[in-house]
Design a protein around this ligand. Structure first.
Ligand SMILES: O=P(O)(O)OC[C@H]1O[C@@H](O)[C@H](O)[C@@H](O)[C@@H]1O
Length: 317
């Protein structure tokens, strides 16, 4: 199964996003912006507004004209607009913003469980409220770090003390998301995870490159009994229902969204990938998106005080 990757927080690997080093750093105190959730609070490239359903949403805008939006509920990135104004992410028309059900679209978290299992499908991180821990700006590229800590709700499903930090950084042509999980407990724990990214696409014309040779667990036709196999195609398309796990995926995939855009999906320490399109199970919208997910299907095992860090960097060519 997947590589087990644990590291202490002092050995965080080099980030994928290039502008994180060697530049002048403008660190911005968060106090003012965070204090006024009721109205609009703007501070350089960061603003907090009431989003759909009155849920708080962080809006980042870069000096290059790109924008992104992140709901505190589920730490869900729901929009990533490049400078042309195109939004490369997709939120399903049936998504609800009621703070009770996960937001279906954008980049939902799957943590501490990917897929079905002892707890609810894809775990609880996508339906808990995260808080703002920090914000930053480097050379016009804003970032925000959201934090999730265990509470009685998480303990009812997964009885561990943990901390999750999620740093979202907006660049001119890319979006970096770094997830750090730390074991705050006195006992070890294990988890699986994924970033369940919904890309706006013309599913019939979309394709993914980079997965040839990977071991597959194909949930088509029977999701409860995935078929083991090996991917033989250079170019994977979405002609119908697709739900497949790729074990040992490479550090970079390429997505042609069928709408005239080529995206790269790079990762650091996400060892697996998942492709998903529900086809006729979601008749109203399946034509308009594909999910390409960076995943950690095998369990990560963390001893007390250990952290696990993984980054996804999606870029438009
Ligand atoms: O509807 P949910 O819970 O967001 O899950 C959507 C899909 O998520 C994918 O990651 C899974 O591989 C699918 O099996 C699942 O159906």
């Amino acid at each position: 199964m997947a590589t087990i990757a644990a590291m202490t927080s002092s050995s965080v690997p080099t980030p994928l996003s290039s502008s994180n080093s060697g530049h002048r750093r403008h660190r911005r105190p968060m106090g003012v912006a965070m204090a006024s959730l009721g109205g609009k609070a703007a501070s350089l490239g960061l603003e907090i507004v009431e989003g759909d359903g009155g849920l708080p949403k962080v809006c980042l805008s870069s000096d290059h004209g790109s924008k992104t939006e992140i709901y505190l509920y589920g730490a869900c990135v729901t929009s990533w607009q490049v400078s042309s104004g195109k939004d490369l992410l997709f939120v399903r028309p049936d998504a609800v913003f009621n703070g009770k059900k996960p937001i279906s679209g954008g980049i939902p978290h799957c943590f501490p469980q990917f897929g079905p299992g002892p707890m609810q499908q894809h775990g609880f991180a996508r339906n808990m409220n995260w808080s703002i821990a920090a914000s930053d700006e480097i050379e016009g590229d804003p970032s925000v770090t959201l934090e999730l800590k265990d509470d009685s709700y998480s303990h009812s499903m997964w009885d561990f003390y943990f901390k999750a930090l999620y740093k979202v950084t907006l660049h001119s042509k890319s979006l970096s998301t770094v997830l750090t999980i730390t074991n705050m407990d006195k006992k070890p724990f294990s988890f699986s995870s994924a970033l369940h990214t919904y890309f706006r696409a013309s599913a019939a014309d979309a394709s993914v490159k980079g997965l040839k040779g990977c071991k597959t667990l194909n949930k088509d036709p029977d999701p409860s009994n995935p078929l083991e196999g090996e991917e033989e195609r250079e170019v994977i398309t979405f002609p119908g229902f697709v739900d497949c796990v790729y074990l040992g995926a490479p550090k970079e995939l390429q997505l042609d969204n069928g709408l005239g855009d080529i995206l790269t999906i790079q990762n650091m320490n996400w060892p697996d990938a998942v492709l998903w399109n529900p086809h006729l199970q979601m008749e109203s919208c399946y034509k308009d998106f594909v999910c390409v997910e960076n995943a950690q299907i095998g369990k990560v095992h963390l001893e007390p005080e250990q952290s696990w860090v993984a980054e996804q960097l999606i870029s438009i060519i």
